[in-house]
Ligand binder design. Structure first.
Ligand code: NAI
Length: 255
């Protein structure tokens, strides 16, 4: 395991941070990026090799990320996790909201995959995990642009999986939500008039979350990323795994 490199985008907080820490503990050499520095107290994880401050919507930055990662060993895994939320009615969406959401959540994943391809092909394979959302399985009226971006990411995952299987390259995505202790959920709660009631509404929107009285955790999402990158998943490609407590299954029975 010592020479294998995993790249994680958006690693400064939430799901990306939990994924980075888990993969580093499991012996991957992890190279990450974010707009923000990695949090204090995480620098002692030896296998977290490097964290670049860059913008994934800039394709030249993505190439720099991949080139840097290649200096730490053989790149075997790419986790496209960096993402932004956008809540807003269709009538209120500005062009820059559309561009920022689609560029971060879809374009960046596509061009990161394109940039890592030569490395995967050279070593005879590689594994991609994209962090989509339950909004990628079932669109939502309050955040149509986010839903469009995450449905596109699910579609991107399946297309890439189909195109690249012949090169022994796998692509899967995870559709989580709502996930506690993440920048996205914390921002929603901070903006809410009644954060406690808003947290409860997130929990009650998901039948298993309601049954367990809690949201999905970043560590639960990280564990699924780790599984998809493991040998146990060598025949799994093109899937979209929901980790949303059944939220995207349909309308639950009244409790
Ligand atoms: P987060 O806000 O804690 O993490 C996202 C990270 O991406 C942040 O550190 C942010 O700085 C970084 N980022 C954003 N734009 C970037 C850019 N242009 N360049 C580089 N880094 C950038 O939130 P969370 O929840 O951990 O988000 C991770 C992924 O999970 C996102 O793709 C999000 O859409 C997805 N997700 C989150 C859910 C939740 O309930 N928190 C539910 C479903 C999906």
């Amino acid at each position: 395991m010592t020479n294998r490199v995993a790249i994680v985008t958006g690693a400064a907080s939430g799901i990306g941070l939990a994924t980075t820490q888990l993969l580093a503990e499991q012996g991957w050499n992890v190279v990450t990026c974010d707009l923000h520095p990695r949090p204090k107290g995480t620098k002692d994880v030896a296998a977290w090799k490097e964290h670049l401050l860059l913008d994934v919507t800039d394709v030249s930055h993505l190439r720099k990320l991949i080139d840097t990662a290649a200096r730490h060993g053989e790149i075997q895994a790419l986790v496209n996790n960096a993402g932004v939320n956008h809540v807003g009615d269709i009538s209120d969406i500005a062009e820059e909201d559309w561009d920022r959401t689609l560029d971060t959540n879809v374009k960046a994943a596509f061009f990161a995959i394109q940039a890592v391809l030569p490395h995967f092909r050279k070593r005879g394979g590689g594994d991609i995990v994209n962090i989509a959302s339950n909004a990628g399985l079932l669109p939502r009226a309050h955040d149509p642009v986010y839903s469009i971006s995450k449905m596109s990411l699910v579609s991107l995952t399946k297309s890439v999986a189909l195109c690249l299987s012949k090169d022994n390259i796998r692509a899967n995505c995870i559709c989580p939500g709502p996930v506690s202790d993440t920048g996205i959920i914390n921002a929603d709660l901070a903006a809410a008039e009644d954060p406690e009631a808003t947290a409860q509404s997130f929990i009650s929107a998901s039948p298993l979350a309601a049954a367990q009285g809690r949201m999905v955790t970043p560590e639960e999402v990280a564990a699924s990323v780790s599984y998809l990158l493991s040998d146990a998943a060598r025949m799994i490609t093109g899937t979209a795994i929901a980790i949303d407590g059944g939220k995207s299954l349909g309308v639950p029975p009244k409790r």
